[in-house]
Write a protein that binds this ligand. Structure first.
Ligand code: F6P
Length: 324
């Protein structure tokens, strides 16, 4: 392998820049050329390339977002789109590809590697932490810290006014952000997509906490939770069934995807970036580079995108006990 291309795709995540930097610097270390692809798979289809060297990635380890930009390309979901992308890679003399992103990115990479003869390694980067075979994805730690900091601030005002706050956090299919930030910020209740908590159970639990002497409350709601109500409908439902609290809703939104990556994410990005390049040089293909028990591991892309709910039951137990 003498030329490796790197791209970021799907929802961005803090630490993507640090991962690109690690890939580019590893290429330089092993005397392999490196090509940056702008705008994810769409840029790949359009040949939006730039040659990168060790100095091209200076001063980005601390920056949120991705300087290579990111898209969710509809064209790449078609076989024709992927064929165009492969042609562009061949024209540029690229013989391996590193894709940084989440399950959509890995699904695209898997198809490309099955249809064409190109080694691909995926680096897991999504604030949702919903990839199999790695203990953590890039951006998750930073997002958790952002969420906890925001909830701490909301708690101040909730407590001053004896209010109940419903706080929506990201996670369409995964409750990792909600469950962990909820425990970290001391939430009364945490609603996640992996469990059907039910709005009635929520009312019972709020009645109990009122009885136990609580004067304000924080409920963390993952955006994909399964009560069948959106967060505003949930607030109305609580208002109709509980007289005790004045209720406010706060949707944290894309604040969770931005910001300078935490040290843990920078270190993870650096390990995964080095691992991805070394994996390719070692003959790995169609795989994700992940971290398991502090060690770099390689997992087939098909395994990585298997959408199994992996909520830690122990965490749920801890959340229930510590919120009495
Ligand atoms: O997958 C990451 C994520 O941030 C999800 O948590 C969220 O549901 C989604 O992306 C939002 O996507 P977009 O930025 O396209 O609105």
């Amino acid at each position: 392998i003498s030329k490796i291309a790197v791209l970021t795709s799907g929802g961005d995540a803090p630490g993507m820049n640090a991962a690109i930097r690690a890939v580019v610097r590893s290429c330089s270390y092993y005397s392999v050329s490196c090509v940056g692809v702008y705008r994810g798979y769409q840029g790949l289809i359009e040949g939006d390339f730039e040659d990168l060297d060790a100095r091209s990635v200076r001063n980005i380890i601390n920056k949120g977002g991705t300087f290579l930009k990111s898209t969710r390309s509809m064209e790449f979901k078609t076989k024709e789109g992927r064929a165009k992308a492969y042609e562009k890679l061949k024209e540029k003399g690229v013989d391996a590809l590193i894709v940084i992103g989440g399950d959509g990115t890995f699904t695209g990479g898997l198809y490309l590697s099955q249809e064409f003869d190109i080694p691909i390694i995926g680096i897991p980067a999504t604030i949702d932490n919903d990839i199999n075979g790695t203990d953590f994805t890039l951006g998750y730690d930073t997002a958790l810290n952002t969420v906890v900091e925001a909830i701490d601030k909301i708690r101040d005002t909730a407590s001053s006014h004896n209010r109940l706050f419903l706080i929506e956090v990201m996670g369409r299919d995964a409750g990792d952000i909600a469950l962990n930030s909820g425990i970290g910020a001391g939430a009364e209740e945490i609603l996640i997509p992996e469990e059907e908590t039910g709005a009635d159970r929520l009312i019972d639990s709020l009645k109990r906490s009122k009885k136990s002497g609580k004067t304000s409350s924080i409920i963390v709601v993952a955006e994909g939770e399964k009560s069948g109500k959106n967060i505003f409908e949930l607030a109305e439902f609580i208002e109709e069934n509980l007289d005790d609290y004045e209720i406010r809703v706060s949707v944290l939104g894309h604040i969770q995807r931005g910001g300078s990556p935490s040290c843990a994410d920078r270190v993870l990005a650096s390990k995964l970036g080095v691992g991805a390049v070394e994996g390719l040089l070692d003959g790995k293909r169609g795989a994700m580079v992940g971290i398991h028990h502090q060690k770099v591991v390689f997992v087939p892309l098909e395994e990585a995108i298997k959408g199994e709910a992996k909520i830690d039951k122990e965490l749920r137990r801890v959340a229930d006990i510590t919120s009495v």
